[in-house]
Design a protein around this ligand. Structure first.
Ligand code: NAD
Length: 488
């Protein structure tokens, strides 16, 4: 009906400082109700072309501003987002299905902090200088922004991950064309409304909405976009690598994970259990860093399982806008189906589902009956070769298995194609260092999870990615270095 279509939120691309409508649109669903509530531009080559041109035109002015000027603008943008934190959090929760509590305490505060962090760190980089006294030369390096950066982000932490790219890119003096996930575009569009007020000149930040196949690929293939920063799945990264190869583009790839938690018999279970439940199920398990393989030393295995399942059952699944809810809706109907199928496969392979999917019943409020919900699910007695132990599930599903020795568990933890994050729980200082050194993983947390210092490198090994992001790493990625030699 007309009344219905009128109530839909309609997004527009943001190009050259202006909102511009698109000729066709994609439906975007509210995952907690299953209703279409928003229309997202279905951009393609033409829109990407216009955005890249705007970004190219803006580059000379933006790149010649001093780091301090850019820093002040980034701080202003952080303030403006923070001022609207509640509106952003509500929008992120509605668009993504995540709980309002998570959006309020994690997603949006982090988006704000991303801008503050790079506003600060850009002021503190120093370049190198060496002397060759015997030949009367000094060498020094200088760093300059590269040009138009293409930024492609996923749906799980929409504004958080997009701003983790936009902030360092523009702090370094690049201009950007960003393409958020077509499933979660609303908060990026809201941010565009604040750019002018923050003092970001037109064309510095352009946002083109649409699918990966159309808008994303047009950006990846554009000859005037020399660098692509991508966060998403390993499969898409392979495609991006292939498509960008003819242009020899600089790529930063932050990809999937199959993250182990290794729990030794001297672990403090009172800390370990609630943290491991959180690391398994936070944001519906839709965080690249979520734990999905839990290795527990034999002596504490049954006690761990009992307490872990009891703790997982405390997590309340339901309407994401209810502040007491811990688990919201999954991103889409298709994704929910995919996650459920992993649980079914585990069952046919003889694994035991201890709680959640297929075991416990889920009572949802009347308005959420068609939402994409699933209970936190714990699976035990899964074989290491099982797809549930090898593939990224990216939902509220975690597998628990027993191990005997340190050597054995290191081999098994490393026995997947991914290498993003791992957690190690033990009271022995020597052991946590030994194990951390041998894990094939870009990040290792011991006796904690998701404690981040943005100064330090973030990223994965093996199929989990190429490159790192962080204060120095992002600075290096988003700038081109030159070595200059002076003879005196
Ligand atoms: P995805 O790869 O399907 O999509 C990510 C983005 O790429 C989206 O914007 C999508 O539209 C775009 N895209 C898809 N095909 C494209 C193409 N051919 N060319 C250019 N762009 C294309 O991933 P997703 O399902 O949105 O996100 C989930 C994945 O992201 C998981 O694997 C998760 O582990 C990973 N992830 C990794 C990190 C990290 O930092 N390592 C963080 C969050 C999520």
């Amino acid at each position: 009906t007309m009344a219905h279509s009128k109530s839909l939120l309609v997004l527009e691309n943001f190009i050259g400082g202006k909102f511009v409508p698109c000729s066709s649109y994609i439906d975007s669903y509210n995952p907690s109700t299953g209703d279409v509530y928003c229309r997202v531009p279905d951009s393609g080559k033409e829109e990407v072309e216009a955005a890249v041109k705007a970004a190219k035109d803006a580059f000379p002015i933006w790149s010649s501003k001093s780091p301090l000027e850019r820093s002040q603008i980034l701080n202003k943008l952080a303030d403006l987002i923070e001022h609207d934190l509640e509106a952003f959090a509500q929008a992120e929760s509605k668009d993504q299905g995540k709980t309002i509590t998570f959006a309020r305490t994690v997603d949006i505060p982090r988006a704000v902090y991303n801008f503050r962090f790079f506003a600060s760190s850009i002021l503190h980089h120093v370049t190198e200088c060496t002397e060759m006294a015997t030949v009367g030369c000094v060498h020094y390096t200088s760093r300059a922004p590269v040009g138009v950066a293409g930024l492609i982000s996923p749906w799980n932490l929409p504004l958080y991950l997009l701003t983790w790219k936009i902030a360092p890119a523009i702090a370094c003096g690049n201009t950007v064309v960003a393409k958020p996930s077509e499933m979660t575009s609303v908060t990026a569009w809201m941010m565009c409304k604040l750019l002018e007020k923050a003092g970001i000149p037109p064309g510095v930040v352009n946002v083109v909405f649409g699918t990966g196949a159309k808008a994303g690929e047009a950006l990846v293939c554009h000859p005037d976009v020399p660098l692509i920063s991508f966060t998403g799945s390993t499969l898409t990264a392979q495609r991006i690598t292939e498509k960008s190869a003819p242009h020899c583009k600089r790529l930063s790839l932050e990809l999937g994970g199959k993250n182990p938690a290794i729990i030794f018999d001297d672990a403090d279970l009172s800390q370990c259990i609630p943290t491991t439940v959180r690391s398994s199920f936070a944001n519906q398990g839709e965080i690249c860093l979520c734990t999905s393989r839990i290795f527990v030393q034999r002596g504490i295995y049954s006690e761990f399982l009992k307490r872990f399942v009891a703790e997982a059952k405390k997590w309340k699944t339901g309407n994401p806008s209810d502040p007491t809810v811990d688990v919201g809706a999954l991103i889409s109907k298709e994704h929910l189906e995919k996650v459920r199928n992993y649980v079914k496969k585990a069952q046919t392979e003889g694994a035991r589902v201890l709680c959640g999917e297929g075991v416990d019943s889920l009572a949802l409020p009347p308005g959420n009956q068609k939402g994409y919900f699933m209970l936190p699910t714990v699976i035990a007695e899964v074989k290491d070769e099982s797809c549930c132990m090898q593939e990224e599930i990216f939902g509220p599903v975690t597998c628990v298995v027993a191990f005997d020795t340190e050597e054995e568990v290191i081999q098994r933890a490393n026995g997947v194609k991914y290498g993003l994050a791992a957690t190690v729980w033990s009271g022995s200082v020597g052991r946590v260092h030994r194990v951390a050194h041998r894990l094939q993983s870009g990040l290792v947390w011991t006796n904690c999870w998701l404690v981040r210092d943005l100064n330090l490198p973030f990223g994965g090994m093996k199929a989990s990615g190429i490159g790192r992001e962080g204060a120095k790493d992002s600075y290096e990625f988003f700038t081109e270095v030159k070595t200059i030699t002076i003879k005196h």
